[in-house]
Write a protein that binds this ligand. Sequence first.
Ligand code: ADP
Length: 330
Amino acid sequence: SGRTRIFSGVKPTGHLTLGNYLGAVRGWVEEDQHRAEALFCVVDLHALTVDHDPARVRRLTRQAATLLLASGLDPEVCTVFVQSRVDEHARLSYLMECTASDGEMRRMIQYKEKTAREQARGGSVRLSLLTYPALMAADILAYGAHEVPVGEDQAQHVELTRDLAIRFNQRYGATFVVPRATVPKVAARVMDLQEPTSKMGKSHDRTAGIVYLLDEPEVVRKKVMRAVTDGGSEVVYDRAERPGLANLLDVLAACTGGDPERLAGGYDAYGALKKDVAEAVVETLRPVRERHAALAAEPGYVDEVLGRGAERARDMARPRVDAAYRAMGL
Ligand code: ADP
């Protein structure tokens, strides 16, 4: 069909955060699912690239899927599914490993960061952490997605996906759509409230600076009120010099639809700003928490949605993945 296709996903490596929501999920719900043929995936294979507990991965996969629905993805207009239920991802990933070079994988910022973290803990690095972008490329290219709505931290992986699609098409004939990343204008990189120089990430160990989608209002308020702000007392928007403050302004802007720089002018003290940020976040998350409670009480419905989603995804992916196998000489 001539409709724009969109693909994106979340990893079940922890509880979904405000960063996931503002940087990605909210855009999928409010815009992407309505303007395009869209697929949203809980990418559980990606969760195996680091140490994990199998039962926890299974639980988090289900919770992430439930949260996507609770956030407002409508399975009547888009496709919601779990990656490992659709074999085409792993099948195509191998072809992507045969398309990519070792050097371009090693250049990925996320690989370097996670490798350094793992080695600092004295652990070993799984090979799949290096090849992760090949699987991610497969996730996107299998569906012929034109657009990939992601937070800023994933933009580099989508760039690599583009390179792989172009290279594959040149070597083996036109097979894949060359996709592009779309990143939100505000809150494309929500920072940790306690450590505003690193991003709010769901798999981080220290949780005091992370707002989870299912946090109770009182917990959200406490985390926001304790957010680290920077020296100085005036409220200005300066990402480089005042990252903590800029982060709070970004979150407020994303939750209320304002502009962070303009919002800064409306405050002369940190306390008042934090109070408004806390209430804006509580209100933004309230409907998600409420719908999550209703959906969690109806596991049969979530199963049914995921079953249907996997079937639809399989049907969409298979012809293109089969064509890629043939094109490469198999
Ligand atoms: P995480 O890093 O929390 O494990 P995922 O890799 O599952 O997140 O990413 C899911 C989506 O959420 C991606 O599009 C990613 O870019 C986005 N995202 C993750 N963290 C943030 C953040 N702190 N700010 C904005 N977007 C984010």
